[in-house]
Design a protein around this ligand. Sequence first.
Ligand SMILES: [Zn+2]
Ligand SMILES: [Zn+2]
Length: 773
Amino acid sequence: MTVTATHVRIKGLVQGVGFRPFVWHLAREEGLTGHVLNDADGVFAEIFGAADRQQRFLERLRCEAPPLSEIVSVETAVLAEPFGAPPQDFQIVESVAGPVTTGIVPDAATCPACLADIFDPANRRHGYAFTNCTHCGPRLSIVTSIPYDRASTSMAAFKMCPECQSEYDDPADRRFHAQPNACPACGPQLWAEAKGTRIETADPIHWAASQLAAGEIIALKGLGGFHLAVDATNDAAVARLREKKNRPDKPLAVMVRDLVQARTICHVNDREAALLEDRTAPIVLLRLRPQSGETPALSGHVAPGLDQCGLMLPATPLHHLLMAAVPGPLVMTSGNRSEDPQVTTNEDARRNLGRIADGFLMHDREIVNRLDDSVMRADRGGPVNLRRARGYAPSPLALHNGFQPRASVLAMGGELKSTFCQLRQASAVVSQHMGDLESRPVLEDYEKTLTLYQHLYDFEPDRIAVDLHQDYVSTQAGRRLAADLHIPLIEVQHHHAHLAACMAEHGLPPCSDPVLGIVLDGSGLGSDGTIWGGEFLVGGYEGFERAGHFLPVALPGGAAAVREPWRNLVAHLRAAFGADWFHSSANSSLRPIFPGKTMDVIEHMIDSGLNTPMASSAGRLFDAVAAALGICAMRQSYEGQTGVLLEALAWPYMQGATAYPVEISSGAPGILSWKVMWDALLSDLARGTATGLIAARFHLGLIKAITALATRLAGDRNIRKIVLSGGVLQNAILADGLFEQLNAQGFDVLVAEKLPANDGGLSLGQAAIAAVQ
Ligand SMILES: [Zn+2]
Ligand SMILES: [Zn+2]
């Protein structure tokens, strides 16, 4: 037999995922000798043996790689003879130190093997809530620094017992070098407490289950933060949680034991089932089944007014054990006080959740990095990310190779649903969803995470990218950072960033042909100083032309108009019909919607422009239509509430409904304006048409008009690719309708999938734009 020798270099997410033992097993099975090690670039192996065996080794390397690994590339180099005597066996050798570029993998849901361990009475991990292995368990949530080993995680506090240590040292074991490896004898411990006192019980999970069955609220420490749990079938309990949490309407996520239980609540198709069971274990938005009978599968207080609900399966052994101990689904909402971020420490939980929760399930493993639950939806095109955090961050996104030689960029993101992005060598690491930076604790978290990621990836930017809006906290932070580092600051227009984010995730090259971006959201600062939010942008990373937009309408009170939809209705009706129309008696049917007193103030603000910018916002158009239908007219209690309620109302009426007319100007830029739509809508209202039908006609009108204008703008410029982005396009009726219509016109339609279409994706777009400047 002729022996050859080959160097194999594997790049990607290949450290801390059991890659070396996998290579070790594979080499032994193929009868190869040599060694494998971790180094700064990933995993490196030197293999000796017959050429055909080596070939099979390389094929199996890609096909059978460990579940948490992501191979970016495998490079091989055959060694020239003579290379000396081949080694007698195959070994895992110590890591080679150096600057690490390989990154940290996301946290992963409990694997089937670990699940079997915790439910096996004969196993030493039976009932143990912190069971994990190289294929599952905490990662980003416990990391304090690099290199990723036990000492740089919050598992450093726990010394492995001899049994765990021997698993850790044995390449043949599933727990070989599993950094969070633990067992009941040596690992983190769970306990229950209430009113500041530990509960004397040998089985805290059983205690929590009985409290939940009695309708109590339990705060439990999950993987990336605390959850507040309550029996999801108990109306009084869910209502009490809402009241205590000061969360009147926003839908609550629900944890179900398994797919069978999920299907008693919602319709779950195969793609949705696959998403639920994915190791990322996200919350999946699903369509509710009609609730009937005396024992509904879900309390009506979970998702009031909506036809959808977010379900998730257990992500950790603790969740599995708890779900096995309770009869039905549990509300599992983030443990925080209204707008604060999810609590991560035991002390904060006692302090901040003490007034909400009746009891606690706590443990002594520290959560280093807060990770909210990710939210996904299975759309016609595939899975769509609506909030990207646990299970997904910090997986890098591969951009087009043309980004390889471009500048390294740190992009600071937006203000709401903030993330940041590190772009380097055609790879973009986008942080987990942080939340709204107006909140002090969120900002502190953002700054802490920014520092951590810079260490984890040894990242030094050439440029900083920020939003145009000077008042964004992220813009100010970026400005300071650029000054400190003496590097250029690139300001990026908000909707241009939305466009670029979608282009980047779809791998469009730096100098791509121009695309048409349809970007619909609440608000972002435009290049002309007004507020934009219903935009048709033509261009690419390098720049854009505002080829069309929604009619700018007054935004009386700025931020107040975002909270109070009726203000937008007043502004829209005045824009459509003039000031006098409002005072004619014929239109008095709408008057009860408006609180008489402040009406004059609002009209004065619009006339004078006082604290009343002009906005071409799609979100505010939804607000105005909702207010006209009497939906959240006075106030919406969470961002986007009018949109999701209109969508839910419209859904059953979509078949057979006709679109409202919308006026499309023939000039440049093309402008969509709403007078004829309001005429038709008000007539429908006057004759008592069902609100659901009005909502459906509104959606159809938007889809038809946007498609018509987009077709014209793209046709004029010979553009074949259309990008759909912006938070308003998380409305599935609108997104699916536009996708279908534009596709039917022969366009190649790109939608945000890997990153949210909302401001959670902004940082990637900012980075891509700044990189090509
Ligand atoms: Zn496992
Ligand atoms: Zn142990």
